[in-house]
Design a protein around this ligand. Structure first.
Ligand SMILES: Cc1cc2nc3c(=O)[nH]c(=O)nc-3n(C[C@H](O)[C@H](O)[C@H](O)COP(=O)(O)O)c2cc1C
Length: 260
């Protein structure tokens, strides 16, 4: 029998991957206290059973913002799946489809949106960062609609990337063979620039992400798409209300794995 638990998958992945890539995936920011707190909080979740109900025809199927799912589970957007598998996001899309789960492809996906949606048998959403280069954002949104993406997820908690000490120690940069192929290479160049004591990921975010983004800017994106818009990284009830008031259809309330 193969690997059967998440911890087993983690062990297998760690044994398989170069150290700096493992650190990029598993590492959090600072002393990784938020990361540890997240794990601890998650381990406290419990199901609350209701007994003596008819369970002969159970189905967890649901529809999320118009996307039908056999399972109410979504794969969070993660950049550059080809760091861990030569096929990258198309393999993830097939796996999500087989499980009946949602795939949220990252803006920094390492396969084209068209390849990802062609490989998918279920819904695919697209995550966006707000780039200083708004024209690139607008072009990607247009392309996403044409490629059959079902919703957009705007990450709003990353005006900057947190100090991920492992990446700084490793002088981490995305290897040249793995690229965010849906964007102009010039916009992504800093991600590939390795330097001792610095992180290409953080340098890139500082260079390309627009930290001046406010609620007032959301209308610009809302006007450019008919797709449902989800805000990722809204953590308080007040901001959840603001999100809806400002044109969002939903908001995700996770802190991003203690990585910011
Ligand atoms: C390797 C890796 C890459 C990620 N890349 C992105 C990204 O490109 N965009 C984004 O919004 N979030 C990204 N995230 C954050 C995840 O979407 C998610 O918010 C975070 O992992 C928290 O979920 P978890 O506690 O289940 O890990 C990434 C996370 C990991 C581990």
């Amino acid at each position: 029998m193969g690997v059967t638990t998440l911890a087993g998958i983690e062990r297998a992945a760690r044994a398989h991957l170069p150290r700096e890539i493992w650190d990029f995936i598993e590492g959090g920011s600072g002393a990784e206290r938020t990361l540890a707190a997240n794990r601890e909080a998650f381990s406290r979740y419990a199901f609350r059973p209701r007994t003596l109900v008819d369970v002969s025809a159970c189905s967890p199927a649901t529809t999320l913002l118009g996307s039908p799912l056999a399972l109410p589970v979504g794969i969070a957007p993660m950049a550059y799946h080809r760091l861990v598998d030569p096929e990258g996001e198309t393999a993830t899309a097939r796996a999500a489809g087989a499980a009946g789960a949602l795939l949220v492809a990252g803006m920094f996906a390492s396969r084209t949106l068209e390849d990802i949606t062609a490989a998918a048998t279920g819904p695919v959403w697209l995550q966006l960062y707000w780039l200083r280069e708004r024209a690139a954002l607008a072009a990607l949104v247009e392309r996403a609609e044409a490629a059959g993406i079902s919703a957009l997820v705007l990450t709003v908690d990353a005006p900057r990337i947190g100090r991920r000490l492992r990446d700084l120690r490793n002088g981490f940069a995305i290897p040249p063979a793995v690229r965010a192929v849906n964007l102009d290479p010039a916009l992504m160049a800093a991600s590939h620039r390795a330097a001792s004591g610095s992180s290409g990921i953080a340098d890139h975010a500082r260079e390309q992400f627009d930290p001046s983004l406010t609620w007032a800017d959301l209308g610009w994106l809302r006007e450019r798409t008919r797709l449902p818009l989800v805000l990722k990284g809204v953590l308080t009830p007040e901001h959840a209300s603001l999100a809806v008031d400002n044109g969002a259809d939903a908001r995700g309330g996770a802190n991003p794995g203690g990585r910011r």
